[in-house]
Design a binder for this molecule. Sequence first.
Ligand code: SAM
Length: 290
Amino acid sequence: MKQPTLGNPQNTIEILQKYSFSFQKKFGQNFLIDTHVLDKIIASANITKDDMVLEIGPGIGTMTQYLACAAGKVVAVEIDKALIPILEDTLSAYDNVTVINEDVLKVDINQLAKEYNGGKPIKVVANLPYYITTPIIMGLYESHVPIESITVMVQKEVADRMQTGPGSKDYGALSLAVQYYAEPYIVANVPPNCFMPRPNVGSAVIRLISHKKPPVQVKDEQLMFKIIRASFNQRRKTLANGLNNSPEIQLPKEVIIGAIESLGKGASIRGEALTLEEFAKLSNTISEML
Ligand code: SAM
């Protein structure tokens, strides 16, 4: 298969000029122009010719070329219709790529996995548009798309939030949600000069390997996530007050305090001190009371 031609500043500028492309800030367009970073993403994503890869936001097709060389099949979803003729050009040498001109948040990814991978687990690899990182990741997990791993470039601060545990200022609902579904680790930190145009934040590649089975036993997943959201909505309040003030949890305060105390914690504890396992236990106790 043809070796990638994109991935450096010169070839990127050439393509952008050929098509008089103008960057759309609203779509979070920061294209990769560093072959070392691209090699690192591809190597860490652990792709083989048996894999179907979903790429979110192919841009001008830089990473798509690398993915096409490594994977059996690549399905790339791009919202910006101005990029479609460019992708037809830059991907013309690769017959295992399908480009879909859609908003990824509106695409039925389960259906794509069925159609292109017989419903088997897919790998997601992307340099994500930062303005919708959380909805993309949570959408994939909550709609129970069969996923083996997600390897994505995100804002550095968001990568830290996904990876951290109790006691850190970055710990929150995103950390707990990601860690319920997957094992996260940061592969590399990436500075702004690896992109065109340069983003005004630092970036990181994070890899999320899906758990074969959830690390905690939860009777009612939705209730656990309601409790988690309520605990972090009012960070400076105690867990008991956070839950008591939440419109999603209708229980008398004494009952909430009783459930917290059954964890062996005092009523003044804050949500940010609880582990995923403790949130699971709390949710199981509360679900018996509802
Ligand atoms: N993969 C390319 C690269 O690394 O050079 C481009 C990455 S750029 C950070 C994000 C890409 O996502 C852009 O091409 C942008 O147009 C696209 N995008 C933004 N919002 C999107 C959405 N809702 N659905 C699909 N693609 C989207």
